[in-house]
Design a protein around this ligand. Structure first.
Ligand SMILES: [Zn+2]
Length: 95
């Protein structure tokens, strides 16, 4: 399998390749680290790809939780952050 880089979304790629790319870029996308053109391509893919949309919703929810927990209520957030970190580690170990 080809290594997927963050610069060029595979416009003419098969659906599976586009999915791989979208998933590989999910964190950069959510953190606004992608070039506008690339982010647009991913957004467009999400509009037509239910599978990625579901995955992105999960990632986006976690990311939002983490960001929110960093922003306010440091006491309550510490436990939440620890819980999210544990979940992330568990899912990484599983894959
Ligand atoms: Zn997809």
């Amino acid at each position: 399998m080809n290594k997927i880089g963050p610069e060029s979304f595979p416009v003419n790629a098969t659906d599976e390749e586009a999915c791989d790319y979208a998933m590989a870029s999910v964190h950069a996308f959510l953190h606004g680290e992608l070039p506008d053109a690339t982010a647009d391509e991913i957004r467009r893919h999400l509009m037509i790809c239910e599978r990625c949309m579901d995955d992105f919703n999960i990632e986006a929810t976690i990311s939002t939780l983490v960001q929110r927990s960093c922003a306010d209520a440091p006491c309550a957030s510490q436990e939440l952050r620890a819980r999210i970190t544990r979940l992330t580690l568990l899912s990484r170990r599983a894959s």
